[in-house]
Write a protein that binds this ligand. Structure first.
Ligand SMILES: NC(=O)c1ccc[n+]([C@@H]2O[C@H](COP(=O)([O-])OP(=O)(O)OC[C@H]3O[C@@H](n4cnc5c(N)ncnc54)[C@H](OP(=O)(O)O)[C@@H]3O)[C@@H](O)[C@H]2O)c1
Length: 290
């Protein structure tokens, strides 16, 4: 039986991903309490014990503003932690699946980025992920670097944009301001998880973008959430200049599934359809808790 190990298995993505692993695999996830990926010996002990076929690294510091204020911690985790895992993958012959981000690009393109576009991150988070990608590209031949977009999904684990906006609308706020000058690719954790499990079947190693099809501004995304939730809240489009954040955000963070679509393996569904699916389930979940 092939073995799957997951680092960062208790985060927004890892927690959802575990639900989709087919029974044909043996799988085991590790939280930071059990393995701190910054500690090489802790990582290697896990490889020694399990000798895995596939290793998914979801562990990262993902709060972009926190990374900006704690660059060393971000680098040690996102870059050096990934290096520890990559070294072990090489030593034990395992395939590494590393989750990266559209934030490795500078954001100046004017349309979604494809895999071969030049990277040039503008914040600490993006830099740590780019450097992790570089280490994998230099160290391994058996790897998948899979970049995703603005993740949504995972109910309680979802601390990002979609849940924040949905909660505001469900709390019946009268109006909210949302930026209309930052673009990204909403990506449903459920679709992304299923996609990861399909992609490893093909042994066609390399860099892939895997997001729900299409892209939008934060404002357009909020409007779609409003439509799905049938909310009366007024959504006011504003410039990002109105929000003083620690880390710069690329204007264009959206990415296109160029390699995936050309491979003919499978296609991701549209972000609006996936969002509708998630929010319907989110409503049931919220109502069930009341
Ligand atoms: N969220 C997005 O929109 C997005 C977009 C593009 C790419 N990604 C990438 O997708 C992956 C998963 O993201 P996510 O949204 O699931 O993040 P998340 O919810 O923040 O989960 C990250 C996990 O990593 C763990 N972790 C942090 N430092 C660690 C360490 N030193 N050793 C071991 N584990 C550690 C965290 O543990 P604790 O809970 O104990 O801190 C947490 O369980 C990340 O690589 C992220 O960079 C995310």
């Amino acid at each position: 039986m092939q073995k799957i190990l997951i680092f960062g298995g208790n985060g927004q993505l890892g927690n959802d991903f575990k639900k989709y692993i087919p029974d044909k695999y043996y799988s085991k996830g590790f939280d930071r309490d059990i393995v701190d990926i910054r500690n090489y010996l802790e990582v290697e002990n896990i490889f020694k014990e399990y000798n895995p076929d596939f290793v998914f690294n979801f562990a990262a510091i993902t709060d972009v503003d926190y990374c900006e204020e704690h660059p060393s911690e971000a680098y040690e985790t996102n870059t050096m932690g990934t290096k520890n895992i990559a070294i072990c993958c090489k030593k034990y012959g395992s395939t590494l699946i590393f989750i990266s981000t559209g934030a490795v690009f500078s954001g100046g393109k004017g349309k979604p980025y494809i895999e071969t576009d030049k990277r040039g991150p503008i914040n600490v988070y993006g830099k740590t992920k780019k450097e992790a990608e570089d280490i994998i590209l230099k160290t391994l031949t058996k790897f998948f670097i899979v970049r995703c977009g603005w993740l949504f999904g995972g109910f309680t684990k979802d601390k990002k944009f979609v849940r924040k906006i949905a909660d505001k609308l469900l709390e019946e706020e009268e109006e909210i301001c949302v930026v209309n000058d930052k673009y990204g690719s909403p990506t449903y954790t459920a679709d992304f998880s299923e996609g990861l499990l399909k992609i490893i079947e093909f042994n066609n190693y390399g860099v892939y973008h895997m997001v729900n099809e299409g892209y939008c501004s934060r404002y357009e995304c909020a409007r779609e959430i409003k439509k799905i939730l049938k909310s009366n809240c007024k959504i006011i489009p504003v410039s990002s200049e109105n929000f003083k954040l620690k880390a710069k955000r690329p204007t264009m963070e959206a990415i296109e599934n160029y390699n995936l679509n050309n491979s003919g393996y499978f296609k991701m569904r549209k972000w609006e359809v996936a969002l509708n699916d998630y929010l319907k389930n989110y409503l049931k979940y919220k109502n069930g808790r009341q």
